[in-house]
Design a protein around this ligand. Structure first.
Ligand code: SAM
Length: 472
């Protein structure tokens, strides 16, 4: 593979690394490392499950990420039913560094500004533990859709997925975020081993173009960060123009920012591809939500608990309109019958997009993003998709199935991963109903929901969305 590298690139790396360049260049012919990250929203230090996963995928811990593991490529965890259940995310090991350094806290308001396909977003959401508000933005519509699917599969209830250019977000949301992750579009030198296509795209003028674009996106991030907030900038490229120089020039343009730390991950030193991370802080008071997030836990009265014993809807700002209240009443009817264990929605407000009913997340204190703030913005997922409103009933959303615990449901048919019923369900086929299954319920793998089924006449009708069905 080394012979595919552009001459100018090799020359740049030699002048940057000096005598180490040879070892660096040799790493292109070494095998690459594969990583997955467990999803804390689905996995709660279940030692038994971890030992199953360790054996199944031959896991070894990744030193810089407590939920990250190397896996043996031949075990293909991306094809396993646990993947469809959102138990883990497949992520290049070095790429796990930047969200660790962002250090997200439950209860905060966080922006992932260049978020697709969702590696950092799912990692940040795991650390937020469902509390606070996460805005995951992606500029390209098709990639925003992939991001949205990954948010859904991970069972993230407190994310708003937007599809906007950074300048539009900075006009709407100045000084709004406690932390911002900017995993910037870059020339991708660190991905050459993983993706040969990145080699063909590389040129010195592309590096210059990337650096100019990064400066522009960073300037918008600066506007959106609260005083006292933390900004993490990362790239998967090696050259200084897109890394140290970009950060230095940024701090000169924005003297209220200072560099807390920078890190480089090198493929000839660590087991992973190349990565650069800079942690920056913005001068000023530490924002309120940081301390609120550290000390507070979501109480039922801060949100809405549907089904189960309590049915309050305190904490939503103002009263929802009569039609939204009627939608929520339909949802309550659904959850009473189908999720008797109840679903605990965090603070937030109901929101309709066409027929789709969402729960827009808020912080404990309310806001900072209200339904009205989204008007005119391209939004792929304005919070947790609860269901679609049909005439006098609710059709539950796939996102709802993936965000609840299976034991909350009136019935669950759960199978081992290798059971033929799991493959059949993932292909979209009907399953035989077990005794006690009637109406809506969940089909699960080892107790992790895969999707909704509707039992009638001895059969479970499959409600896995058509786009997610697997035929291999
Ligand atoms: N953070 C992602 C993850 O962990 O999965 C990877 C992000 S990738 C390195 C950079 C993203 O920036 C791409 O999805 C790309 O579409 C997006 N992007 C491209 N141009 C952009 C721009 N001008 N402003 C914001 N994002 C942009």
């Amino acid at each position: 593979m080394r012979q595919l590298l552009p001459e100018a690139y090799i020359h740049n790396m030699q002048s940057m690394l000096g005598p180490d360049a040879e070892r660096f260049l040799e790493s292109y012919d070494a095998p690459r490392a594969y990583g997955l990250r467990l999803n804390p929203l689905k996995y709660t230090s279940n030692k038994e499950l971890l030992s199953i996963l360790e054996k199944q995928f031959r896991l070894e811990p990744i030193p810089w990420c407590s939920t990250g593991f190397y896996y043996d490529e031949s075990t293909s965890p991306g094809k396993h039913p646990y993947y469809a259940a959102g138990l883990y995310y497949i992520q290049e090991p070095s790429a796990m560094t930047s969200a660790e350094l962002l250090d997200p806290q439950p209860g905060e308001v966080i922006l992932d500004l260049a978020a697709a396909p969702g590696g950092k977003t799912t990692q940040i959401a795991g650390k937020m533990a469902g509390q606070g508000v996460l805005v995951a933005n992606e500029i390209h519509p098709a990639r925003a859709q992939i991001l949205s699917e990954n948010v859904e599969r991970a069972g993230i209830a407190n994310a708003i997925v937007t599809n906007a250019p950074p300048d539009e977000l900075s006009r709407r949301f100045p000084s709004m975020f406690d932390r911002i992750m900017l995993d910037a579009p870059c020339s991708g030198e660190g991905m050459f081993r993983k993706d040969e296509g990145a080699i063909a795209e590389w040129s010195e003028s592309h590096v210059v173009m990337c650096a100019a674009r990064q400066a522009d996106i960073l300037d918008h991030a600066a506007i959106m960060l609260k005083p006292g907030g933390r900004l993490v900038y990362s790239t998967c490229t090696f050259n200084r123009a897109e890394n140290e120089n970009t950060i230095e020039a940024f701090c000169q343009r924005h003297p209220q920012f200072s560099v807390v730390q920078t890190e480089r991950v090198w493929p000839h030193i660590s087991r992973g591809e190349g990565h650069f991370v800079a942690v920056l802080s913005k001068a000023g008071e530490v924002p309120d939500t940081v301390s609120a997030g550290n000390n507070a836990r979501v109480h039922e009265s801060d949100g809405a608990r549907l089904g189960g014993r309590r049915r309050t809807q305190a904490g939503a700002p103002g009263r929802p309109s009569a039609s939204l209240a009627a939608d929520m009443a339909l949802l309550r009817g659904f959850t009473d019958a189908t999720l008797p264990g109840g679903i605990a929605l965090g603070p937030g407000e109901p929101l309709r997009f066409g027929d789709a009913l969402y729960w827009l997340p808020h912080t404990i204190g309310g806001g900072p993003i209200q339904a009205g703030d989204l008007t005119g913005l391209k939004v792929a997922r304005p919070g947790l998709h609860l269901g679609d409103v049909r005439k006098n009933r609710i059709e539950p959303a796939h996102a709802l199935a993936l965000s609840v615990h299976a034991d909350a449901a009136a019935w669950v048919q759960t199978y081992r991963p290798e059971a033929p019923e799991i493959a059949a369900f993932l292909r979209g086929e009907t399953l035989p109903a077990e005794e006690g299954s009637a109406g809506w319920g969940l089909v699960a793998v080892d107790g992790l929901p895969l999707g909704w089924g509707k039992a009638s006449g001895g059969q479970i009708k499959n409600h896995l969305p058509k786009g997610l069905r697997r035929f291999k």
